[in-house]
Design a binder for this molecule. Structure first.
Ligand code: GUN
Ligand code: ZN
Length: 431
């Protein structure tokens, strides 16, 4: 049965960092999306599509904004229950809060409970795809892939690998061989199954031995269509730590590069404090950087420089980094990206923020042919947004003179209350 989903539909004509933002991102008033078999067939004026397809079921969202579903390009679903833990910077935060919580995922029932809770929180926030780290336990990966399959969500995930005795606790350590074997078995089971993609996942070079990074580089060469996710240059103390652990490396990126982990399909979370050589090699290898703004302020990491990184023609995605990030909401994440942009003297246009949270993340994941925009042939994953979801937002939006002035208060002050519903492959989430 065809569906016509009507509202103000956001479409993309180009990259709003390359061409004027309001040309690149268009808001079509009184528009509709024709959906068939979970995919977009066409987008256009509501009345024209209605007349052409009288048999389609009309779902009318009035003046609500219909966006591509948000894509959170870097998160740690096992940190759901410890989000907003107080008072630590990265290394202490990992040791004090993160590692003890991640140890609980040895228990499959706990992993199932958190995976389901997490994905439901995402859908309530308009996020229809996430790229997540799991824990060292293969069951934590199975739990997330299964929970995503139950909800028909496009998902990227992988077993977090960490084997370095000086930096990881006994209760949360694998080996180079276990990392290779267990990741391989999970790839065989899940990569390309339904809407699942496997990301080979060394946590970051401080928690892996060179032997483990080498084994994972080897694995990636055997399964080149997988993605690879890790962390890079998040805090200055971390960079000093990496220098001590890898004294021969030219810089932090080199600790990955020497093991074949720097190439297209590599997703580097944070990437704040980069050296010129690192930028050049990330660019030459068409790698993706993932900006995690609420995390960067919450853990005190620093200010990602969006303007120059986009000018370098790097793929940049946007992410919560749950639970180093302080919110599950990509609206809150866009607000934080705007604030960090201001501190970097780059005022990000609301059209650029929406694009980053959808198409930008899709390009970072190299999935822009399937998700991240609303156009014929794309998967029908949408977020439907109320632009007057609270009294505070409504009183500001009402005086707006342009659609962008109407949208910006929701970006800055909105949260899950602004999300009317999410659609996954054309079906309302939870229905
Ligand atoms: N670096 C290595 N592991 C992590 C993590 O779990 N969160 C963040 N923010 N940074 C990391
Ligand atoms: Zn992270």
């Amino acid at each position: 049965m065809d569906k016509l989903i009507a509202g103000q539909v956001v479409t993309y004509q180009g990259d709003p960092f390359d061409i004027p933002a309001e040309e690149a991102v268009q808001v079509l008033p009184q528009a509709a999306i024709l959906v068939r078999d979970g995919k977009v067939v066409s987008v256009g004026p509501r009345d024209t599509l209605r007349a052409k397809h009288p048999e389609a079921t009309l779902i009318d969202h009035g003046s609500a904004l219909i966006l591509p579903g948000f894509i959170d390009a870097h998160a740690h679903y096992p940190q759901t229950a410890m989000i907003a833990s107080w008072g630590k910077r990265l290394i202490d935060w990992l040791n004090t809060y993160t590692f003890p919580e991640e140890a609980k995922f040895a228990n499959r029932a706990y992993a199932d409970e958190i995976a389901g809770r997490y994905l439901d929180l995402l859908l309530a926030n308009g996020t229809t795809t996430v790229t997540s780290f799991c824990t060292i336990h293969p069951g934590s990966v199975e739990a997330l892939f299964e929970a995503a399959a139950q909800r028909n969500m496009r998902i990227v995930a992988g077993k977090t690998c960490m084997d370095r005795p000086e930096t990881t606790p006994d209760f949360l350590r694998d080996t180079a061989k276990a990392a290779y074997d267990e990741s391989k078995a999970l790839i065989e089971r899940w990569h390309g199954t339904g809407r699942a993609t496997y990301a080979i996942t060394p946590r970051f070079s401080p928690t892996s031995t060179p032997e483990q990074l080498d084994a994972l580089g080897q694995l990636w060469s055997e399964y080149p269509t997988c993605l690879m996710q890790t962390h890079l240059s998040e805090q200055t103390d971390e960079i000093e730590w990496v220098k001590g652990l890898y004294p021969d490396a030219r810089d932090y990126l080199d600790t990955y590069e020497r093991f074949g982990l720097v190439r297209e399909g590599a997703l580097f979370g944070h990437a704040i404090h980069l050296e010129p050589r690192e930028i050049a090699h990330l660019q030459a290898n068409d790698c993706s950087l993932i900006h995690c703004p609420t995390s960067n302020t919450f853990i005190g990491s620093g200010l990602f420089d969006m303007g120059p990184r986009k000018a370098d023609a790097l793929r940049v995605g946007l992410a919560t980094d749950t639970g180093g990030g302080s919110s599950f909401s990509m609206l809150r994440t866009m607000a934080a990206a705007y604030e960090i942009g201001q501190l970097r003297h780059t005022a990000l246009h609301p059209a650029q923020l929406l694009w980053l949270a959808t198409r930008g993340s899709a390009e970072a994941l190299r999935m822009e042919d399937r998700i991240g925009s609303i156009a014929a042939g794309m998967e029908a994953d949408f977020a439907v947004i109320d632009l007057a979801s609270t009294p505070a937002i409504a009183q500001r939006a009402i005086t707006a003179e342009t659609v962008w002035e109407e949208i910006f208060p929701t970006i800055m002050m909105g949260d899950d209350r602004a999300v009317i519903t999410s659609y996954v492959m054309g079906e309302r989430a939870g229905s």
